[in-house]
Design a protein around this ligand. Structure first.
Ligand code: PLP
Length: 414
């Protein structure tokens, strides 16, 4: 299938589903409806087979051995970097540090970029809608330096108040950060505009792209940010994969965060020197098989094409939203225009966790809880929400099953 030739009418979702072995399993004797994609996506056969083939035929450590297997493993791992660099238009492959996910990427920036720059009284600007991975690392380094973390506000619809964010870009801010897409609300933030304003003021901007890369083409250079962090397991790749993209000047100036093998030029007790980026930031044996799977995931996404993915997902989002509005006492949290297919909601008189547990018995996998976004829950004054997050392999029929099950379990709780 090709992005250019795909259209909503020819999007063959059943053919796509056949590529994902897990989607055909049952849960509690019911057909699985997997609506927890913002948590982690399912994996196509090509990804599973790429990982399997790596361990069966090519397994060796990278960058250490001159033997054939070592060369094959290194070529596969570095090939994944090249593919990922093209996928997000990184500019150069050296600007892409392979990590275990977004969390490792934000912590790397916290300790290697932010902490050395922080003075008492300085600040880091975050937002109320961030995942904890884009809050807690900043708090940890801020505490050590006598600095603070400020949070830009949002409105009831779950939209960032951009003017207020910009007004909070004051001289003591040493890093600004924002999520590209909210994992709870689906809101897409105006990253280009924010990046432009940050640049005018000489403040570096980190964008958390975890929930953007599965749904939309990302061009980090066009966005104009300084750092872009994301995770692979939400975009069909294995768990324990992700990356940090950064402007070259930052990577050259930043000291290493993790020390160990692979990241050095020469180790001496009277002074160790370090490898050039990206290897300076990749100490130890990486998740080689995971990145082999990541390369296959990118191939898969590109074979479907973001144009087709976005069209289908938006149709599903609209249909699911309409159907959810039919449920009496249901309130959707997050109603920003142009959002990605993530729907958080609450049902009057029912605890989110009880509903999710009963839905599971019907074969429906949704997430309940705070979604690693406590400040957002505090903003809405709730301890938890239910979240149905969709992917391009989901169907309208699954949305119907979800609604039938939701109406049934809601009756059971009344
Ligand atoms: N940021 C956002 C917006 C997320 O949704 C997640 C995962 O849920 C993360 C960061 C953390 O990703 P990881 O656990 O893969 O590091």
């Amino acid at each position: 299938m090709n992005a250019q030739t795909s259209s909503p009418t020819v999007f063959d979702v059943q053919r796509i589903r056949a590529d994902f072995p897990l989607l055909s399993r049952t849960v509690h004797d019911k057909p699985l409806v997997y609506f927890d994609n913002a948590n982690t996506s399912q994996k196509p056969r090509t990804v599973i087979e790429a990982v399997d083939a790596h361990y069966r035929r090519h397994n060796a450590n990278v960058s250490r051995a001159v033997h054939q297997l070592g060369e094959e493993a290194t070529a596969a791992y570095e090939g994944a970097r090249d593919k990922l660099a093209r996928f997000i238009n990184a500019g150069t492959r050296e600007q892409l540090i392979l990590t275990s996910g977004t969390t490792q990427a934000t912590n790397l920036v916290a300790y290697s970029y932010v902490m050395p720059r922080l003075q008492p009284g300085d600040a880091i600007l975050s937002t109320v809608m961030e995942h904890h991975a884009n809050i807690v690392p900043w708090q940890l380094v801020a505490q050590r330096r006598g600095a603070t973390v400020k949070a830009a506000p949002i409105n009831e619809r779950g939209e960032l108040l951009v003017e207020q964010y910009i007004a909070m870009l004051t001289p003591e801010v040493k890093l600004a950060c924002v999520t590209h897409v909210s994992n709870v609300l689906g809101t897409v933030n105006p990253v280009r505009e924010i990046a432009r304003e940050c640049r005018k003021r000489g403040i570096a901007l980190l964008v958390d792209g975890s929930q953007a890369v599965p749904h939309r083409p990302v061009d980090v250079q066009a966005l104009g940010c300084d750092f872009y962090a994301f995770t692979g397991h939400k975009m069909l790749a294995p768990t324990g994969t992700g990356a940090l993209w950064a402007r070259r000047e930052h990577l050259e100036a930043m000291p290493p965060f993790f020390g160990g093998g692979e990241m050095i030029r020469e180790v001496r007790f009277d002074g160790t020197t370090f490898a050039a980026p990206p290897h300076k930031f990749e100490a130890g044996t990486p998740n080689i098989a995971g990145f082999v799977g990541m390369a296959a995931a990118i191939d898969y996404i590109e074979s479907v094409g973001f144009a087709a993915i976005q069209t289908w997902e938006q149709q599903l989002l609209q249909y699911a939203t309409e159907r959810l509005h039919e449920v009496p006492g249901l309130r959707i949290i997050g109603e920003a225009a142009g959002k990605e297919p993530v729907i958080s909601f609450l049902v009057d008189g029912a605890q989110a966790t009880d509903l999710a547990t009963l839905l599971d018995l019907e074969g429906i996998a949704v997430r309940s809880g705070h979604h690693c976004a406590h400040p957002l829950m505090q903003f809405y004054g709730v301890p938890a929400t239910l979240r149905a997050s969709l992917a391009f392999y989901n169907t309208r029929e699954e949305i119907d099953s979800f609604l039938d099950a939701l109406l049934k379990v809601r009756r059971m709780l009344r």
